[in-house]
Design a protein around this ligand. Structure first.
Ligand code: VGL
Ligand code: ZN
Length: 209
């Protein structure tokens, strides 16, 4: 068993705050752990991302007078959804789910660490322009195929997949190993955008061995 040496599994934000009981719990967020661990076994190369915010991060509704979580605000780079405080650097909420098999990860990329800009995508911050460095890493190591799973389908997974496709990586999302926040139709919108961008949406059982 195994996948080609030129593909890398990228696991997005499987952190306590996105799981039941967490500050920004994604419904069924912890259900991704078992299918993701099974995927990790099948890949030679694994990268993890970790949402990693300072405690005064500008995506936190509490930083905006009169604003509530899941509302929006205008930032220098466009409209930004506001969130409950989550994934604060060094807190248990920012840690990976305890059952996630992290030992094989060759790179952990942290994102959202600048107070004034959010970063959904593993590749670019929300200005769509500031790189995280992941594309350079993947290219230098010679990977041209990425397989994504994790949390949340309609935010960090979706933005990562769209950027990966835009950057020219052959991009697959394993849908049964993802869960969505689904804010005002955001899941359907993300699925449509991913399909339009040529992202392959698949299930663990159909992923080529
Ligand atoms: C995420 C909202 C805020 C995610 C991260 O991982 O999808 N969503 N920060
Ligand atoms: Zn965040």
């Amino acid at each position: 068993m195994g996948t080609p040496d030129d593909s890398v599994l990228i696991i997005i934000d499987v952190q306590n705050d996105f799981c039941p009981g967490g500050a920004l719990a994604v419904p069924g967020g912890d259900e991704v752990v078992a299918p993701i661990n099974a995927l990790i076994e099948r890949f030679e190369h694994v990268v993890l991302t970790q949402d990693w915010h300072p405690d005064d991060h500008s995506s936190f509704a509490a930083r905006h007078e009169g604003k509530e979580p899941f509302g929006t605000t205008e930032m220098a780079y466009g409209t930004q959804t506001l969130w409950p405080d989550h994934c604060v650097q060094g807190t248990s909420g920012a840690e990976f789910h305890a059952d996630l098999d992290v030992t094989k990860a060759q790179l952990i990329i942290r994102k959202g660490f600048r107070a004034h800009i959010d970063s959904y995508s593993a590749f670019f911050e929300n200005d769509r322009d500031t790189p995280t460095g992941l594309a350079g890493y993947l290219r230098e190591r010679g990977y041209d195929k990425v397989v994504l799973a994790g949390l949340a389908t309609d935010f960090c997974v979706g933005h990562s997949a769209l950027d990966a496709a835009r950057l020219g990586f052959k991009t697959t999302v394993v849908m049964d190993a993802c869960r969505a926040i689904d804010l005002d139709g955001s899941l359907a919108a993300a699925v449509a955008q991913m399909r339009d961008a040529g992202v392959v949406l698949t299930e663990s059982v159909s992923l080529a061995a």
